[in-house]
Each structure stands twice: as C-alpha cells, then as structure tokens.
Design a protein around this ligand. Structure first.
Ligand code: DGT
Ligand code: CA
Ligand code: CA
Ligand code: ZN
Length: 587
C-alpha cells in the first residue's frame, strides 16, 4: 500500500469520525498525519519493514502510526469497516454541504434518515428540516442553497485534486512499456479551476495491452465502457477518466480536438473550412480529397495531424497555448501575431502572502523562510492575521510588533541573501475601518487587506469597504478580493470592476490568491485588471510549507487571463515593487 492510499484511508476515517461527532483534535491528528504521509518521500511500508518509529515523523502521532501499521499489514482498517456498517457512504456527502456542520448532518441522518444529497434536498423542500430541534426556516433555506453547491462539487473536482489523480495516472501509465506517446487533454490541460473528468490520449502498438494495464489502476472502482480504442473508468472518488488510443499520425489532431474548448474548436474548424480544409480528431484534410472521403490519413489529401502545432499551422495560425483556448481573444491575438508570452512559475521571485504559527499557520517563521529559500525565492512577506480573526490567533499590535522585531533580527542573520518583509493580512472590519491602528500599519513594509467578516453585507457595503481600504495609505494590496471558495461558497457581493478602477486610480495591487480553494481573482478578473493597468500579485497564502507549491495553480490561472511577467508585480525584485508603489516605475 503506497503513501497516497494510506493518506486517503486516514482522511476517510477522519470524515467518518467527524460524522460521529468525534473530538476535533482527534480528527486533526488523522488529517495532519495524512498530509505528512502524503508529502513524505519515504514509503511508510518501507519504513515499517525496517522497524522505523513513525512517530518521529513530523505530524505523525502514536494513533496514526498504529493505523499505518494496520493498513500495511492487513490492507484495511477495522475501525473504518465498523463505522461503515453504521454510516452509509453517501451520508458523507452531507458533510460537504456548506452551512451544515457534522452535528447537524448527524441529526438529519438519525432523526430523518437522510442518506444523501437528493434526500436532503427533498426534505428541505418539504419543510421537514425546519421542524427538527436546533434547525429553523432560515437554516433550512441555507442548507438548501448548500445542497446545490455540494451537488455541483460532486460533479467537478478542484484542480489540485485533479492534479493528484493525474500524477498517479502518469506514474501508472508510464509503467506500461510500449506506450509511445501520451498526454492529458480536456479542461485539465486548459488549466481550469475545476475539472469534470480527465481525458487521456495515448499512442501504442498494443492497444489491448494498454487497456488491460489501465484497468489495473489502483484507485479505479469500475470500468464504465470499453471499446477497441476507447475506455472509461470510474475512480473510488466517483470521478471518471477517459482513455483514447489514437494512431501516431493523428496524435496532434486528437490532442487538439480533445483539449477543447468546444467553442475554440468550432472557430478553428470554421477557419479551416474557409481554406477548403476539414479538421477532425484524425487530422487536417483537403476537402474532397481521397483522404477526406475515407477519413484515412494514409491517402492523398491528408495535410497534417502528427503534432498539434502542425494543425494550427495548416490554417495559418501559430500554436496557441491551451490555457488561452476559451474563445476569448486568442484568435485575434494569433491573427495579429500578438499572442502574449505567458507568465511562467520561474518568473516569480517572491511570495507576499503566508502565515506562521503566530496565527493559524502550521510552521514557524524560520521554517517558512527556509522552505521559501529552498524554492529559490528571493523574498517573502509574513502576513499573519490581524486581531479581529481571533479564532485564527490574529495578532494584536503588541504581538505584531514583537514579530517584526524577530524579523529584523532574522534579516540581520540572513545578511542580504534573502529578505523577509514585515507585513500583515489586515482585516477590513464590518464598518470599513482597518483592524490595526494607522501608526502600526505605517511601519509595515507590505500590507494586504482582506474581508473575512460581514460577508453577507450588500454589494454596496462590501464594495465601499474595499474601496476604502484601497485608499488607505499603508495598504499595498487587496487579497482574495471576491472571497469565493471553489465548490463551497460563491463570491460575496462585490463590484470588482469598481475595485479595479479604484486600484488603478490609487496605484494599488490586487491579489490572485493561488490556493486551489480560492483562485481569487479568477482568470476573467485578472484579465480585466491587466487592461486597466492594475498589477496582480500572485501569492500562495500558505498555511504550511507544503502549500508554497500552490504557486503554480495561481500562475496557471494568470496564464488563462493572458498575463505576462510584466503584469505580475512579484516577478520584480522587492526594490522594484517598492518603486512601482511609490510611482517611480511603470508596468
Ligand atoms: P470537463 O471535463 O467538463 O471539465 O470539460 P472538458 O472540456 O474536458 O470536456 P470533455 O471531457 O467533455 O471533452 C474534452 C474535449 O473534447 C472538449 O473540450 C472538446 C472535445 N469534445 C468532446 N465532445 C465533443 C463533441 O461532441 N464535439 C466536439 N467537437 N468536440 C468534443
Ligand atoms: Ca474532461
Ligand atoms: Ca471526457
Ligand atoms: Zn491569508
């Protein structure tokens, strides 16, 4: 059993226990253990075989170590088997409903026998939920709204979850020896923030063998369909993976076709038609040729298809990055030979949003610094929460000033080899004031302002709060400006075009938060910011060292918005950012 599977089982156990109303610390222990095991380069099975003590691993306590031993020895956990007798698997979907905690979910199951989202929706509509103790008409309405979001989340996985699946599939497929070429296509390749299913294209001399091998993917639950060149499987998580085997001469055409988007492909085919050409998943054909009539690349009249760039070239276009294929400006740009040179992760020089154990982060200041240096960054800002966020250990002015003293001393030790900025993620309070006194904020190198409370206010109220923060002389940037949580919560009511306009006027920066739960601003809004000349800061909002890696999700989102390095402020040195903020540099 590999580490990913062990981690998944521990998380499943935590979910079942959460449903039972177990102690939150116990849940956290299993979840921390799962994170740590997933991140470890040492296989748990190997460590146990060598009689290593797993509790010496960071985040692994004795209960997690015991469960690991049981999983490796028996392949399952008796406690999960027992809990599953009592709790049907679909019930866990209830835990994914926003506005519904485990206690309420358990009550719905026990009192009303609700076992899945459909039954919950029906019970809300029939107004049975409001009759339960501790519920009411308002709660019922909130749950009903939540059910719709959760049902949608069941349909689409977040990009980081898709990424995990893709990595596992990648590892599995490359074990097949006669795999000549393969590529992940569809919305995953376009870098969308959620993915409906995963599409794989492959070239092999042994299609039957590859399908046999595909069917042994460890996370598979069933084969949905299997033909001569196409196979679909369902994973344990319920998501689907499509595998298509294509001839080598058609690989590029198939990749183009199955990458989409649908509307982008419609335009491409339309342009082909104007040139007496036809594009399909097999290649580019001259209309009326033998090859076209027989749909056979081997005959006369086949123009291109082996590589994707050849397909675009056949209609007189440069290759278009998959991140841009949403039928926005990509064809106009291509026609004018003005496709942007898209931002790359390696362009990013610093990360200006992260947390430490001083607020709700899991790692210390020193650990965050060491991890950021290891990733090759030049500078970071430590942006713990401000006092209003008391549940997350938000900092009072006194604690913040002490942290800044510590940062001063750390910078001395770093002797210019790396820079840590004195900073804060300061709440914009419900009444529009900043959560820390002006004289404190004035001493910061960098201030991010965030809305965390009062998110049910009207569009005008929330917009005014953010516009006010933009005007504050010490604020450098607005973080996660819409507050959306992907698959969990829609954006709060806020007028983003007004925010962008105001940021342009006051020379302020807007964040593209790279957390795969947020990706906020989204691709359309960063594109709007670029047009208005407002720089974007792409930051991780890391709450643990491993999350520094999330930067690539933000970069991908920026690419979808057509951003180049010049539009992203943290591709510059810290001095460069300071001079932009001071009005001494242009974008
Ligand atoms: P998803 O999976 O919902 O996140 O989105 P996609 O874009 O991955 O969609 P999917 O998996 O249904 O199909 C992958 C690509 O294949 C899609 O972007 C365009 C292409 N495609 C799929 N079905 C059709 C079709 O019926 N006609 C055409 N022209 N293209 C199709
Ligand atoms: Ca897909
Ligand atoms: Ca598909
Ligand atoms: Zn944050």
């Amino acid at each position: 059993m590999d580490n990913a599977k062990i981690a998944e089982r521990l998380e499943h156990l935590a979910a079942l226990l959460e449903f039972q109303g177990a102690n939150p610390f116990r849940l956290k222990a299993y979840r921390n253990g799962a994170d740590s095991i997933r991140a470890s380069s040492i296989p748990v099975a190997k460590a146990l075989a060598e009689n290593q003590d797993l509790t010496t691993w960071v985040g692994v306590g004795s209960s997690v170590a015991e469960k690991c031993r049981e999983l490796v020895d028996t392949g399952s956990l008796a406690q999960i088997d027992q809990l599953e007798q009592e709790i049907p698997p679909t019930v866990l979907d209830l835990l994914r409903v926003p506005n519904l905690g485990p206690k309420k979910a358990a009550a719905l199951f026990k009192e009303l026998g609700i076992k899945d989202l459909d039954q919950l929706k029906l019970a809300c509509e029939q107004q049975k939920v409001r009759a339960l103790k501790g519920f009411g008409a308002k709660t019922e309405q909130a749950i009903l709204e939540g059910v719709l979001i959760a049902a949608q989340a069941n349909q689409r996985m977040r990009i980081n979850d898709a990424d995990k699946v893709v990595r596992a599939l990648q590892e599995h497929l490359t074990k097949f020896e006669v795999l000549e070429r393969h590529e992940f296509a569809g919305s995953y390749r376009r870098g969308k923030e959620t993915v409906g299913d995963i599409d794989i294209l492959a070239v092999t001399s042994d299609p039957a063998g590859l399908m046999e091998h595909f069917a042994t993917f460890p996370d598979m639950s069933s084969v949905l369909a299997r033909g001569e060149t196409k196979m679909s499987i369902r994973l344990d998580t319920g998501f689907q993976v499509d595998l298509r085997i294509v001839p080598a001469v058609s690989f590029g055409a198939a990749l183009q076709y199955f990458t989409g988007s649908l509307t982008h492909n419609v335009e491409l085919r339309h342009r082909a038609k104007a040139r007496q050409l036809k594009i399909n998943e097999w290649g580019v054909f001259r209309v009326g040729s033998e090859a076209e009539l027989a749909n056979d690349p081997q005959r006369e009249g086949w123009v291109a298809g082996r590589d994707e760039a050849d397909v675009y070239a056949a209609v007189g276009l440069p290759w278009i990055d998959p991140r841009l294929r949403e039928m926005r400006d990509e064809f106009q740009w291509a026609d004018a030979n003005q496709l942007p040179r898209l931002l790359q992760t390696s362009d990013i020089r610093g990360d200006l949003h992260m947390h430490t154990t001083a607020s709700d982060g899991e790692n210390s200041l020193e650990e965050m610094v060491a991890a950021a240096r290891q990733r090759g960054l030049d500078y970071i800002a430590i942006t713990d929460h401000s006092q209003r966020v008391s549940v997350a250990g938000g900092l009072t002015p006194e604690r913040l000033l002490r942290q800044w003293d510590e940062i001063d001393r750390l910078n001395e030790r770093l002797a210019g080899e790396f820079l840590v900025l004195k900073s804060i993620e300061c709440d914009i309070l419900e009444d529009g004031r900043m959560d820390l006194p002006d004289d404190v904020l004035a001493q910061a190198d960098w201030v991010m302002a965030s809305v965390h409370f009062g998110i049910k206010q009207t569009r005008d109220e929330i917009t005014q709060r953010i516009l006010g923060a933009i005007e504050h002389p010490s604020v450098s940037a607005i973080s996660h400006p819409t507050g959306r949580l992907i698959n969990r919560r829609p954006a709060y009511e806020v007028d983003i075009p007004a925010v962008i306009e105001h940021a342009a006027k006051h020379r302020k920066i807007l964040e593209l938060n790279s957390s795969p739960k947020r990706l906020d601003l989204d691709d359309l809004h960063v594109r709007m910011a670029r047009m208005a000349g407002v720089p974007i800061v792409i930051s991780t909002d890391a709450h643990a060292v491993a999350q520094l890696e999330n930067l690539r999700f933000g970069v991908q989102q920026a690419q979808r918005g057509g951003l180049s390095a010049q539009h992203v402020i943290n591709t510059r040195s810290w001095d460069g950012i300071k001079s932009w903020l001071a009005g001494n540099a242009t974008l």
